[in-house]
Design a binder for this molecule. Structure first.
Ligand code: SF4
Ligand code: MG
Length: 319
């Protein structure tokens, strides 16, 4: 069974603003799924929806099955328990996610004390272990967030996410605010920890190359929909959807100068979710659009084995 099974998930605001539209995605236990797309394509909304962290004005429909249990219909008490012990989230920009007035050791210990009823001495030992796991000296438990560098704070966020042994970690742009060297270290750390502990990972990034390096499978989001999904290498090296191709051209492979391609800018911006174009929502920007694209919205369909794309050019000849 899939650890995470997202079925026909939509998120709307007001009467006609669809931030996420009919998303179907699955993640097996211990596997890593990357979700790519420009900002404004619905990636963060999707990430927050997974743990029901969206504002009350958001209306969600569909199902988010975590170990077979629907997150969308969970009672509040159950949801709170699941947020730490079942699945946890690492946000971009740890400075805003950590409490400035509490020592980081106390912040890492909090979920342990709240959800697991660990005794304070046991929680303290666990904090030391977690700090070691993320490569920080145990003495840093007594530091305040402002005493740490950006990379160290992101390590603290990862320690917090690991605290209750989750089966799934959702990481939304976990390295975007950091400089390139530190980014690579943090990505390696996340990859190593989830692999060692058999934790499933959903990682969100605008950078397809980062995701291709870290994840098993990749999904590409555009205007709230998944437009391409498949094995990470196939999506990065042989994208089927014109938007997937534009993203992979824009993000050359990390650490491999020979393969660096000139970033080909994609003109324009993703559409306003309150005013989506007709037909294929990508058609106003698509370099290979056909006339039919302005009126027909192609479904996500298999374009190669295990590799789906929502484009008339890859699926149009199929029934
Ligand atoms: Fe481009 Fe048409 Fe394919 Fe949309 S359906 S991506 S507009 S070719
Ligand atoms: Mg975002």
């Amino acid at each position: 069974m899939n650890l995470l099974d997202i079925r026909n998930l939509s998120v709307t605001y007001g009467t006609d603003t669809a931030a996420v539209r009919g998303v179907d995605l699955t993640v097996e236990a211990g596997r890593k799924l990357g979700i790519a797309g420009e900002s404004g394509c619905g990636k963060s909304t999707l990430a927050l929806a997974l743990l029901r962290l969206l504002p009350a004005s958001a209306r969600l429909s569909g199902q988010i099955l975590l170990d077979g249990e629907d997150v969308l219909t969970m009672k509040w008490g159950r949801l709170r328990a699941v947020r730490w012990a079942g699945a946890s989230i690492v946000f971009q920009g740890a400075m805003h996610s950590l409490n400035a007035v509490h020592r980081i050791g106390d912040q890492i210990a909090e979920p342990l004390l709240v959800h697991r009823q660990a005794t304070p001495p046991a929680a303290r030992r666990r904090v030391g272990e977690l700090l070691e796991h993320v490569g920080l000296p145990t003495a840093r438990a007594d530091a305040y967030p402002h005493e740490l560098s950006g990379g160290q704070r992101q390590r603290v966020m990862i320690a917090m996410a690991l605290a209750c042994d989750p089966r799934l970690i959702v990481a939304d742009e976990p390295t975007t605010a950091l400089d390139v060297m530190i980014q690579a270290q943090i990505l390696r750390l996340i990859e190593q920890l989830v692999s060692e502990q058999n934790i499933a990972l959903v990682m969100i990034s605008h950078d397809l190359a980062v995701l291709a390096d870290t994840c098993d499978r990749l999904a590409v989001m555009y205007a709230g929909r998944i437009v391409e999904e498949g094995p990470a290498r196939a999506v990065y090296d042989a994208a089927q959807h014109p938007y997937g191709r534009a993203l992979s051209a824009a993000f050359p492979r990390i650490g491999d100068p020979a393969s660096r391609r000139a970033p080909r800018g994609l003109p324009g911006d993703p559409p306003d979710p309150a005013a989506l174009p007709s037909g294929c929502t990508f058609h106003p920007r698509c370099p290979v659009a056909l006339e039919v694209c302005a009126s027909e919205d192609p479904p996500l369909a298999e374009a190669a084995p295990g590799h789906r794309s929502a484009c008339v050019l890859t699926t149009g000849s199929r029934p």
